[in-house]
Write a protein of this length. Structure first.
Length: 278
């Protein structure tokens, strides 16, 4: 989603009044409803700044990546709550009703902080809470992709970014098959939100074939993006930006292939080069 804003644009030191398309950023409160001791309980687990679109995919992806759900059948329904508010007339609260309440440890998993659109882990109280242990180890050898395909990914990603082409102010994540066909692409002002949306949509619609798929992101590669990719049981993550030190360390420990600075003529493999074919 985007909106027009009046802007003064300077070009060659000459000002002009224009209308600029700007990506919308709005808060979303995410609530989990579950049964505990035969009573329905609502718990707010996160407030994030997001681009209002595919919010259902966002909450499902977050619940999956945080280890709250393992099967889509554990989600009974997802619904928006409250009145439409603000200048964009939006419902900014969403609730997922779960049927696995007896197994939930919400106190451990709840995010008691406001995440912003550039950092999904800001405010977490300990490093122990950051690293979720995946129950399924990724396959060390797949997917295998050709090195010539990697250079094409930024253009393939950009071609499918409808919002970026309008505003220039939004991130994208995508699920590709090993031949380079984009299967799911989602955009958001937050990198981690875009990936949650991809994973949530793929999880809810049984699209994962992880031995033959990889994920690509438009921005830098943070610890949390590696963690979310691992939770999806996918062994290869690439991005057009730089990885952080924590991202590389986690990828190495998990036998993941991590590729950064992907351009039309170059890329850097930080670990897992065994998955890349000549």
């Amino acid at each position: 989603m985007n909106s027009k804003y009046k802007t003064v644009k300077y070009k060659k030191n000459i000002p002009s009044n224009i209308e600029d398309l700007v990506s919308i950023e709005e808060p979303l409160e995410m609530v989990v409803r579950y049964k505990k001791d035969n009573e329905w309980v609502d718990n707010s687990i996160s407030i994030t700044m997001r681009t209002p679109k595919n919010d259902e995919d966002l909450i499902v992806g977050l619940l999956f990546c945080e280890g709250i759900i393992q099967k889509i059948s554990e989600v009974e329904k997802v619904e928006f709550l409250g009145d439409k508010v603000g200048k964009f007339d939006l419902q900014n609260k969403i609730r997922a009703t779960l049927n696995n309440g007896e197994n939930l440890d919400i106190k451990h998993l709840r995010r008691n902080f406001l995440t912003n659109s550039s950092c999904g882990v800001c405010g977490k109280t300990s490093m122990d809470s950051l690293e979720i242990i995946c129950k399924t180890k990724i396959n060390k050898d797949v997917p295998k992709i050709k090195n010539s395909l990697i250079n094409k990914i930024p253009d393939l990603l950009r071609q499918s970014q409808s919002e970026f082409s309008k505003t220039g102010g939004i991130h994208a994540s995508a699920l590709f098959n090993k031949e380079g066909k984009p299967l799911v692409i989602k955009e958001d002002v937050g990198r981690h939100n875009a990936l949650d949306k991809v994973i949530g949509h793929s999880f809810a619609n049984s699209l994962f074939d992880t031995k033959n798929q990889f994920i690509a992101c438009s921005g830098r590669l943070s610890f949390e993006l590696v963690q979310k990719t691992l939770m999806a049981n996918i062994g290869l993550l690439m991005g057009v930006g730089a990885p952080t030190s924590l991202a590389i360390d986690l990828a190495k420990r998990s036998d993941m292939t991590l590729i950064g600075f992907v351009k039309s003529d170059s890329f850097n493999i930080y670990c897992g080069e065994n998955r890349i074919l000549e």
